[in-house]
Design a protein around this ligand. Structure first.
Ligand SMILES: Nc1ncnc2c1ncn2[C@@H]1O[C@H](COP(=O)(O)OP(=O)(O)OP(=O)(O)O)[C@@H](O)[C@H]1O
Ligand SMILES: [Mg+2]
Length: 229
């Protein structure tokens, strides 16, 4: 079963009494274990598409299957449950909770959705902190960390619930060149070690170079020239 099957997806935003078309009928498949990127100019629809795959919004038409579930019709609460069970998110600006420590930020998704015991949570959080090399900073708050360290915490937070898929919207945009490479290599190692699939939206040539599948969006359409297996 492919991880993602998108058939003729369209998305219109309503702005006042106008409909703004952001995606204009796109179809694609992404397999399990992917390290895939959506690229294209600003406004081409990359974030819109990631938000649809992430069950943060509904397509206006078309079918979107994620791991066999038709997410285009999920209710709000069903979408929240689906996100908690199957998806992790990494954002451009890290989105850590400022008043929580590194440990608590990573533990947070487990408190939201999982009925795990405290011992199981502690074991899993410590495993992820070690995996991203942040054990020594476990008690620090985000404002005591560098950008790269913050993004490593965000990667651990995205992966702590052992999701099938992590969606990363421009995760390297606020990182310097070397730090971006380190975070990117970390994500690839996580894919290799845990089998988690990654889908990026990006303008970053480093991600394009590391991606194993690239989809190019232009003005809400997939450019068939840009689809590489
Ligand atoms: N919430 C919204 N309401 C109205 N229009 C929106 C909304 N979000 C996005 N759009 C419009 O949809 C189109 C696609 O936007 P999107 O954010 O998906 O582009 P993008 O490829 O992620 O761009 P960037 O590279 O700048 O992040 C744009 O025309 C944008 O103005
Ligand atoms: Mg975007």
């Amino acid at each position: 079963m492919p991880l993602i099957q998108a058939q003729n997806i369209s998305k219109n935003y309503r702005v006042g009494d106008q409909e703004v078309p952001a995606l204009k009928g796109i179809s694609f498949e992404i397999g399990e274990g992917a390290f895939a990127a959506f690229v294209g100019p600003s406004g081409s629809g990359k974030s819109t598409l990631l938000n649809l795959i992430g069950c943060l919004d509904h397509p206006s038409s078309g079918t979107l299957l994620v791991h066999g579930t038709d997410i285009s019709t999920l209710s709000r609460s069903a979408a929240a449950t689906f996100r908690g069970e199957h998806l992790g998110f990494v954002f451009q600006d890290f989105n850590l909770v400022p008043v929580l420590s590194v440990y608590e930020n990573i533990e947070y998704p487990l408190l939201m959705v999982r009925g795990w015991s405290q011992d199981k949570r502690r074991e899993q959080v410590n495993k992820m902190i070690a995996a991203v090399g942040m054990t020594e900073q476990a008690n620090k708050r985000p404002d005591q960390l560098s950008g790269g360290q913050k993004q490593r915490v965000a990667v651990a937070r995205a992966l702590v619930g052992e999701p099938k898929l992590v969606l990363a919207d421009e995760p390297t945009a606020n990182l310097d060149h070397d730090t971006a490479y380190r975070v990117l290599n970390l994500m690839k190692a996580m894919r290799n070690d845990f089998g988690t699939s990654f889908i990026f939206s990006t303008h970053d040539p480093k991600i394009m170079q590391e991606a194993e599948q690239i989809f190019t969006l232009e003005d809400g359409r997939l450019n068939p020239q840009g689809v590489a297996a």
